[in-house]
Design a protein around this ligand. Structure first.
Ligand code: GAL
Length: 643
């Protein structure tokens, strides 16, 4: 069975609406509801006094209606009493401003009072519902996103630094504090990176990010373990994608029983479809071969630069299948019924303000029916032969002050590499630079500014062993302490694998466009480098004229490419397809495999014209034979292993 449903916040409604919810959930084939995410104020109206009667009634009603529950701990939104009782547990910004209730996510994860309150409510819920037959899984917190710079944080940060560095001397060396008179003489002098006059110390920034990630993991584990003491159901928390990076998602993936993600594209149309694949491929990769689940998407929501754009007819189904094709064990939405008041009145829902007689609910019903028909794919997996390297340290390293260009953007580089592969019809995994990469026939390293020694050696060994590696500009420039690589970039093992030595970074001016030897245009960045191998493209401007811009090198049994600038979209797409080939333009095709050899081929036609399928077959979505998909059409074909 695949899951279909969404966040259900019945406390906003009354009995008549609950009755209608039951009927509409049946019509829409809803089988899972996330309950209680924002219910702290109702569950614990005063500190230590719990009221579970209303939740008992909803869980029993849902259970009787065939809807299982993903039961949340409400700790992402502490109630107003919490502010008054524990003002020291509210978050403080880098500039010293302390936030108060009136919104949500207002807590400091490092504050003991918050951690205790969160553990207590999680324990109380687990004690009461740990054995409830309707509880299918647990949803700890919601999108761990809040950062804090308060005094509790400062104390916890110092403890973390002591563990990591052992002594102040090592910390001073790691952070390069000899410069700018930043040397610390006592632990009490060390602070989180609060507002400063000018550039913050980069090492302090990176260590703070790592520390905060560990703080999130510890807070999650505390609740998870409190739940596990009373329940054998899987426990998870929902990762917020794409751009928040307040936790190392590889590490969080290892802590949860089931990786769960929320996905809200930031641009409509084809970009939203590509972003769906970007989110889904990351989720599958963080899950490391275990199941994962799309925990939230919007029915009619594309957050785009201060506007909430709608989705086009058919996109609810295409986005849903886009996630399931890439391994999701179903598709859930935020939220079931659109709020009529409060902070998310305009966020779309499965039952919109217009009610069930609406395009959106009809599309939800259709998607629910189709997901129900696809139950047989549950538990099957997706394997990819190509990977994009994803590393939290590299991401955080590119946020530090004082880099050579403000146009360096790790998230952009990551997304762009994935997009070029998606456009070429190639399914990609994400991998960490230190993972075993030998199963991939091609690996892309987007701007991995920070690369550890172990990562650089791993990439060299991958190429030596027969791998094909594309490394992009501004990679391997600093080690895991943010110290510059000396003697030429990138890190030595990678220099060997790429057959290059970079002497100088030459960032481009704002809006500057350069032209390479074959007419391809490039922006943002350029480098002065020497290459042992072939120069596939050269620069044509200034002091770099005639020098390599794109190189290819044979090393050991493998091959490597180094791209020293940011190619325009068509040049980049051409490079990617030249290296890995391409599928049918506009036709997204992904295969899920079961252990018994059965395969399900998912096809999504993003083109404006009909496309022919590579092979005709029986479509599980309609029960009809298909050989061609209309514009926007989808199909899922089952292939059994022939004996
Ligand atoms: C998510 C969040 C939900 C809801 C949703 C829609 O990021 O987890 O609680 O706010 O966005 O805006």
């Amino acid at each position: 069975m695949l899951f279909f449903g969404g966040d259900y916040n019945p406390e906003q409604w009354n009995e008549a609406v609950w009755k209608e919810d039951d009927a509409l959930m049946r019509r829409a084939h809803v089988n899972l509801a996330t309950v209680g995410v924002f219910s702290w104020a109702l569950l614990e109206p005063e500190e230590g006094r719990y009221d579970f009667a209303w939740l008992d009634a909803h869980l029993d009603r849902l259970y009787a209606n065939g809807v299982a529950v993903d039961l949340a701990t409400p700790t992402a939104s502490p109630p107003p009493w919490f502010t008054l009782a524990h003002p020291d547990a509210l978050p403080v910004g880098p500039d010293g401003t302390r936030l108060v209730h009136g919104s949500r996510d207002t807590y400091c994860l490092a504050a003991p009072a918050y951690r205790t309150a969160a553990r207590n409510i999680a324990t109380a819920l687990a004690e009461r519902y740990g054995a409830h037959p309707g509880v299918a899984m647990w949803h700890v917190h919601n999108e761990y996103t809040t950062l804090c710079w308060c005094d509790h944080t400062a104390a916890a940060f110092r403890e973390w630094l002591q563990q990591r560095h052992g002594s102040l001397e090592v910390l001073n060396e790691a952070w390069g504090t000899e410069f700018w008179s930043q040397r610390y003489g006592a632990w009490e002098q060390v602070l989180p990176p609060r507002a400063t006059q000018w550039h913050k110390n980069p090492g302090q920034h990176l260590d703070f990010r790592r520390f905060w990630s560990d703080t999130v993991l510890a807070a999650y584990r505390e609740q998870r373990d409190a739940i596990r003491a009373h329940s054998d159901r899987p426990v998870t928390t929902n990762m917020m994608l794409p751009a928040y990076q307040n936790v190392d998602l590889w590490a969080l993936g290892r802590e949860v029983d089931l990786v769960a993600i929320d996905h809200y594209p930031d641009a409509p149309g084809l970009d939203a479809a590509a972003d769906t694949a970007f989110a889904a491929d990351r989720a599958r990769s963080f899950a490391g071969g275990r199941p994962w689940l799309l925990m939230e998407q919007g029915t009619n929501t594309v957050y785009s630069g201060g506007r909430i754009l709608g989705k086009e007819p058919g996109e609810i189904l295409r986005h849903t299948l886009g996630h399931i094709a890439r391994g999701s064990e179903g598709a859930l939405f935020f939220q079931w019924r659109q709020s009529r008041a409060g902070s998310e009145t305009w966020h779309s829902a499965m039952v919109p303000h217009a009610g069930a007689d609406s395009r959106i609910f009809r599309e939800i019903q259709q998607a629910g029916e189709i997901v129900a028909r696809l139950g047989e794919v549950a538990g099957s997996t997706v394997t990819a032969k190509v990977a994009v390297l994803h590393d939290a340290d590299a991401w955080w390293a590119m946020e530090v002050d004082g880099l050579p260009s403000k146009d360096l953007d790790y998230h952009d580089a990551l997304r762009r590499a994935h997009r070029a592969l998606w456009d070429a019809g190639i399914t990609a995994d994400f991998a960490h630079p230190e993972h075993d990469l030998s199963r991939y026939r091609f690996v892309v390293a987007p701007s991995l500014f920070l690369l550890s020694d172990a990562g650089a050696e791993n990439l060299r060994d991958y190429v030596a062993g027969g791998g094909r590696l594309l490394v992009q500009y501004c990679s391997g420039v600093v080690n895991d302490r943010l110290h510059a690589r000396l003697g030429g970039y990138p890190a030595l093992p990678l220099r060997e694998a790429l057959g290059i030595r970079i002497e100088e970074h030459r960032p481009l001016r704002r809006d500057e466009v350069i032209v390479l030897s074959d007419g391809t245009r490039a922006t943002v960045w350029s480098e002065s480098l020497r290459a042992d191998g072939e120069a596939l493209l050269t620069y044509t401007h200034g002091m770099l004229a005639g020098k390599p811009a794109l190189t290819r090198h044979r090393f050991g049994a493998g091959e490597s490419w180094y791209l020293s600038t940011r190619l325009d979209d068509s040049g980049y797409a051409a490079l990617i397809t030249q290296i890995v080939g391409s599928g049918t333009p506009g036709l997204e095709s992904v295969t899920r495999h079961a252990q018994d050899g059965t395969r399900w081929q998912f096809f999504l036609n993003h083109d404006v014209d009909p496309v022919s399928l590579p092979e005709p077959g029986l479509d599980l979505l309609t029960g009809a034979h298909v050989s061609e998909l209309p514009a926007g059409g989808c199909a899922v074909l089952r292939k059994r292993r022939t004996p």
